[in-house]
Design a protein around this ligand. Structure first.
Ligand code: FAD
Length: 377
């Protein structure tokens, strides 16, 4: 066994989940290097915290749907264990979710979404406008039909990531914040460490969990790009408390347990441009107001932007790279909060016992490489 630490690059929800899971399962030394402040610097802080594989199921993405359901099923145990190592663990809100239509085009889209869900065995209930308003009285009169997705959930992703950070450190993990990793050092079929400034730091293994930013020397080139999302946080008042997330094309509303009502979001191909811009905010607010007119009165608390780590094929990139001790856990796109327990389990099993769950072969990084180290079956 190497005396060097397992080094994770990136302190978002994925890096922290893997770090904590490794320590919980017997790894002796785990260190995380984070370019900014862990939890707060990446997409993790910006996300809406929907754990909604049923509402987010997308045509051609059946594997992501099944993985999402598996990861959501793992959440209760994940949180129970987290409660042993952290003080403030968020509640899993099993509130379901509502997809809605406010015009004829949306209605047609919703019909197709319903048929698609039937085909893949995803439970969904079709509602007309009044049945939807019975379930969620704040829906406006323009809502003409809806799909109810029982079994979807949500969580306060900020509280969760802060709890993971605390648990990681409490279990003996070392967190280096404001420390950017420039490159991974390779020696033939293995990696031997990382480079930070002028310093080379030896590692037993290196796990790349840098979200949308995969510009690191020495790693295999990954087709991951940032897709920008702008998110508005309103201060929810009692008269505007939604019971569950409401999703429509081009906008959603997600009530959080800390008085925020999140209104999202755009999907912009503008690279790492962090600016808040008027057009997308106007569109998002307008769509959200059509769905739930009561938001008109609410105070805007914050507007933030984040970057979804988006692979060419939209599937997570999880598993071993082209060196036997180099691992990837990135590319989680719109699902990183949902997929965190699954990514943590897959990577920690691979590192600690060389086991890989073949049901997730489609997520292996090797799909992008010509030369890949075979994983243990
Ligand atoms: C607007 C929006 C809404 C979303 N809503 C949801 C949702 O409802 N449900 C859901 O499941 N997902 C959602 N997502 C997606 C989710 O936020 C991401 O998939 C997830 O946060 C990815 O986590 P991560 O740890 O991989 O990346 P990040 O949280 O981005 O963390 C990566 C970290 O790596 C660090 N880093 C990068 N490069 C280096 C380097 N060279 N050295 C050291 N550190 C480095 C960064 O500073 C960053 O802190 C949403 C995303 C956005 C943008």
């Amino acid at each position: 066994m190497s005396e060097h630490p397992h080094i994770i690059v990136g302190g978002g929800i994925i890096g922290l989940s893997i770090g904590w899971e490794l320590l919980r399962n017997g790894a002796e030394r785990v260190e995380i290097y984070e370019a900014g402040e862990a939890v707060r610097s990446g997409a993790t802080w910006v996300a809406a915290g929907m754990l909604a594989p049923r509402a987010e199921a997308n045509f051609e993405e059946v594997g992501i749907y099944h993985a999402g359901v598996a990861s959501l099923n793992a959440y209760p145990d994940f949180l129970a264990h987290l409660g042993e190592d952290a003080d403030n663990v968020p509640r899993l809100d099993t509130c379901g979710s509502l997809m809605i239509a406010t015009n004829v085009d949306d209605k047609r889209e919703l019909d197709r979404q319903f048929e698609f869900r039937k085909r893949i065995g995803c439970p969904a209930e079709r509602l007309d406008g009044s049945a939807a308003r019975e379930r969620e009285p704040l829906l406006g009169p323009r809502v003409t039909s809806a799909l109810w997705l029982d079994g979807d959930a949500q969580i306060n992703n900020r509280t969760l990531a802060l709890a993971l950070k605390q648990a990681f450190v409490k279990c003996g993990g070392i967190l280096h914040e404001h420390t950017r990793v420039q490159s991974v050092i390779r020696n033939g079929e293995s990696v031997t460490g990382i480079q930070v400034g002028d310093e080379v730091i030896p590692a037993a293994s290196v796990i790349i969990a840098t979200g949308a930013d995969v510009q690191i020397g020495g790693i295999d080139p990954l087709p991951v790009r940032p897709v920008k999302g702008q998110m508005i946080g309103l201060r929810a008042e009692p008269f505007a408390m939604l019971k569950q997330p409401i999703l429509a094309t081009k906008a959603y509303l997600v009530p959080k347990d800390d008085t925020r009502l999140l209104i999202g979001t755009s999907a912009e191909e503008v690279g790492f441009d962090k600016r808040v811009t008027a057009g997308p905010i106007l569109n998002i607010l307008h769509r959200a107001w059509e769905m739930v007119p009561a938001i008109y009165e609410l105070e805007i608390e914050e507007i933030i932007t984040g970057f979804r780590p988006t692979p060419r094929d939209h599937k997570p990139i999880v598993g071993r790279g082209t060196a036997n001790n180099l691992y990837y856990a990135t590319g989680h796109y719109r699902h990183g909060i949902l997929h965190a327990p699954l990514a943590a389990r897959l990577i920690s099993q691979l590192i600690l016992s060389d086991r890989w769950d073949r049901s997730y072969d489609e997520f292996l990084p090797s799909r992008f490489f010509t030369k890949a180290v075979e994983v243990a079956a």
